[in-house]
Design a protein around this ligand. Structure first.
Ligand code: SF4
Length: 203
């Protein structure tokens, strides 16, 4: 760190604001960690460590339905840079993804596909409903559009807006990270509750 030439005292850590605060100013201080006084060890629980690791390495499935998907793509570009939150690895295979961002309106015809992709994602997994259309049908109050994807998959976070800009998606992502770190379980599965399997499929 070196000495401050003016006061001849150890210089303060110039990176402290960056290390402890994200761009949204959410505190990043480790939670659930305890440092015994005078010891250079950290104590925690295995599940807290796992939750922390999962929250910082969310891999979204590549899945866009409508205009909101353009904003989702922007979130991964350099200006908003979703990789700052460890979620830049958009996977083409649901088997390698643990986050589904439903970005756009979901048609009745597409619902079985969405559900199938969700079912193919390994546990633990989470869902973000991005935009008014995904959350409640938006302006498309008609027979062709599902009036809320939470009728098909359990939604953990709703991001409002039409479209929500990328920074709102990032806010939803950080809220999901908080939820994972606090070990808050997924909401009930709507199809399991209705004792259904794939909506609209034969099997
Ligand atoms: S919420 Fe708005 S931007 Fe998003 S899919 Fe619907 S109409 Fe498009």
């Amino acid at each position: 760190m070196g000495l401050d030439p003016e006061t001849d005292t150890p210089r303060a850590n110039p990176w402290a604001p960056v290390q402890y605060f994200s761009n949204t100013q959410a505190p990043r201080l480790p939670r659930g960690l305890a440092q015994p006084e005078g010891a250079n060890v950290l104590l925690t629980q295995v599940n807290k460590l796992l939750d922390w690791g999962r929250s910082a390495s969310l891999w979204p499935a590549t899945f866009g339905l409508a205009c909101c998907a353009i904003e989702m793509m922007s979130a991964s570009a350099s200006r908003w840079d979703i990789s700052r939150f460890g979620a830049e690895v958009f996977r083409a295979s649901p088997r390698q993804a643990d986050l589904m961002i439903v970005a756009g309106r979901l048609s009745v015809k597409m619902a079985p596909v969405l559900r199938r992709i969700y079912d193919q994602m390994p546990e633990p997994k989470w869902v973000i409903s991005m935009g008014a259309c995904a959350s409640c049908g938006g302006v498309f109050n008609n027979y062709a559009i599902i009036q809320g994807v939470d009728k098909i998959v359990p939604v953990d976070i709703y991001v409002p807006g039409c479209p929500p800009p990328p920074d709102m998606l990032l806010q939803g992502l950080t809220m999901l990270q908080e939820k994972i770190r606090d070990h808050i379980p997924n909401p009930p599965d709507p199809l399991a509750f209705a004792e259904s399997r794939y909506l609209g499929s034969e099997d």
